[in-house]
Design a binder for this molecule. Structure first.
Ligand code: NAD
Length: 236
């Protein structure tokens, strides 16, 4: 069986910028990292205000899946995909038709909202409605605590059950494909090394070099929107 790890690069063809690629958010605005770092977010109402605006204006809210997301649905339909581990928070794998039970969202998703004090949950749509109605940094309606999206920010721990499932799927696969990730964010990136140590072949599909390239059995530098459908056709 095959385990796939995806990163922001699979969604650039859907119009969602990545972080570290040539047109990535961090190359154009180095300060952007603060918007997704929990300590800055909790300490600074101005960072929270900018972070909510970033979500409100994000192309991810209306983006459609692209050919690479759809090819991974085909891989599942062919009975070859075990788990689709993603660092993305955009929900595009599920929107494309991948089964929710096979998708492991390591970094959560942006559709939900959570109170950091009492844990009350609501939706991004509800928070954005309040923002548009004049509350730039909406507080929890239950307890007044700080609200954040149900994404894993830098400095927060990853959901333990999801990580455990991703590790198991990585250890049992015969082929591990990393797509559109710079493999710089841990612990997600370390899954590539774990796959190789567990005896799997490693294929990396990414335009730019990654720290795991030397361990890969195959490197594909072609644009993801073409490379992934070709790869899936070859495997099926
Ligand atoms: P990254 O930005 O660090 O790296 C993306 C890589 O994809 C780059 O090396 C880039 O060269 C490559 N790439 C981009 N478009 C490509 C294309 N069309 N063809 C070939 N290669 C392409 O992304 P990461 O490793 O996922 O780490 C970023 C973190 O940011 C993750 O934790 C993720 O949660 C978050 N993030 C998510 C989204 C999203 O959900 N769509 C968007 C931005 C950031």
């Amino acid at each position: 069986m095959i385990t796939v790890l995806t990163g922001a690069g699979i969604s650039t063809d859907s119009g969602i910028p990545d972080f570290r690629g040539p047109s990535g958010l961090w190359r154009n605005d180095p300060d952007h990292e603060k918007l997704v770092t929990i300590d800055y977010y909790l300490a600074d109402p101005e960072i929270r205000r900018r972070s909510w605006q970033f979500r409100r204006d994000s192309p991810a809210r209306t983006a459609a899946p692209n050919a690479a997301h759809l090819a991974l649905v085909e891989l599942e339909r062919a009975g070859l995909l075990d788990r689709l581990v993603t660092q993305n928070i955009d929900g595009l794998h599920q929107k494309a038709g991948s089964s929710p039970e096979r998708v492991l969202e390591l970094h959560g998703n942006m559709s939900g909202v959570l109170c950091v004090r009492c844990g009350a949950r609501s939706t991004l749509a509800e928070a954005l409605e309040r923002i548009d109605a004049g509350e730039p940094d909406p507080a929890c309606q239950e307890c007044g605590g700080i609200l954040k999206t149900t994404t894993v920010m830098f400095g927060e721990s990853l959901p333990e059950r999801v990580v455990a499932e991703a590790v198991e799927a990585t250890q049992r696969c015969r082929l591990f494909i990393a797509i559109g990730t710079s493999l710089q964010v841990q612990p997600a990136a370390s899954l590539a090394g774990l796959a190789v140590r567990s005896g799997a072949r490693l294929v990396i599909v990414n335009a730019e070099p990654t720290p795991y390239d030397d361990f890969a059995h195959e490197l594909i530098r072609d644009p993801i929107g073409e490379a992934v459908p070709h790869l899936v056709a070859r495997l099926s």
